[in-house]
Design a protein around this ligand. Structure first.
Ligand SMILES: [Zn+2]
Length: 248
């Protein structure tokens, strides 16, 4: 018995396999992350190869026999992003976005908002000159759509409403701590009120509103460090819990 599936997907990653093959990781709206073997795509005359480059939005058909891996049987490009590939900076930033989308997604579990956010982000990176706000919008919305939305409006320990002053952020506690609680809690990191204000705004507004607000230069380094740290913490926890479940 052979099964086949047909979907639209973003090519997020590929890994060489054997002499001429490649494993392709797709991000899909309804089947989450799906990996499939593309046979012969490293041969000069492969007709599929061009469609299976990372950063491509494709229409793809896969099939499999019982117990075997998915095989790519047909693929065509819906959208490619030459403006991203033409810029080294955009290429690097797109790789970061796709790696996060890949690592935060689940195998064969539907997540339409994550797929849509990733596709919108590719399109935005292609056209925007200042990509920093595009990437931070992706970071904050990624936490929303994967169930890791941090609490940024009240203290996660004493539940007091956050006042307009510098605060603390705590990865493991999942949000912001007021100065009283933060100064006595291990693992808390300082966050300026200005950065927190932008995190809150990007967490709760549409992309056009966020893009109109921009992201001030003086808090870019702080913002990126805090968000990257938060993502690393969550991904480590996700990996550990998966390993734990696999051992049961
Ligand atoms: Zn507190």
């Amino acid at each position: 018995m052979e099964r086949s599936v047909h979907f639209r997907a973003i090519v997020v990653r590929h890994t060489n396999y054997d002499e001429a093959d490649r494993f392709i990781t797709f991000l899909t709206p309804f089947q989450g992350r799906v990996s499939a073997l593309a046979k012969g795509v490293r041969k000069m005359n492969s007709r599929k190869a061009g469609h299976l480059q990372p950063f491509t939005y494709v229409d793809v058909q896969l099939s499999k026999s019982r117990g075997a891996s998915w095989l790519v049987t047909q693929v065509s490009t819906i959208e490619a992003y030459p403006d991203i590939l033409a810029s080294f900076d955009k290429t690097v930033r797109t790789s970061c976005v796709l790696e996060l989308a890949d690592r935060f997604s689940l195998d064969e579990v539907e997540n339409v908002p994550l797929f849509q956010l990733t596709l919108d982000t590719l399109r935005r990176i292609a056209v925007f000159e200042d990509i920093f706000p595009v990437q931070r919008y992706f970071d904050l919305q990624l936490l929303n759509v994967t169930g890791y939305r941090p609490q940024l409006f009240e203290c996660v320990r004493c539940h007091k409403k956050i006042q307009p002053e510098d605060q603390y952020l705590h990865y493991a506690m999942g949000g912001v701590l007021c100065p009283d609680c933060g100064s006595i809690t291990a693992g808390s990191r300082k966050i300026t009120m200005k950065t927190l204000k932008y995190f809150r705004y990007y967490q709760t507004h549409s992309f056009p509103e966020a893009a109109a607000a921009g992201w001030p230069q003086d808090i870019r380094l702080e913002s990126e460090n805090l968000l990257t740290g938060y993502q690393s913490y969550l991904l480590e926890r996700k990996t550990n819990s998966q390993e734990f479940l696999e051992k049961l």
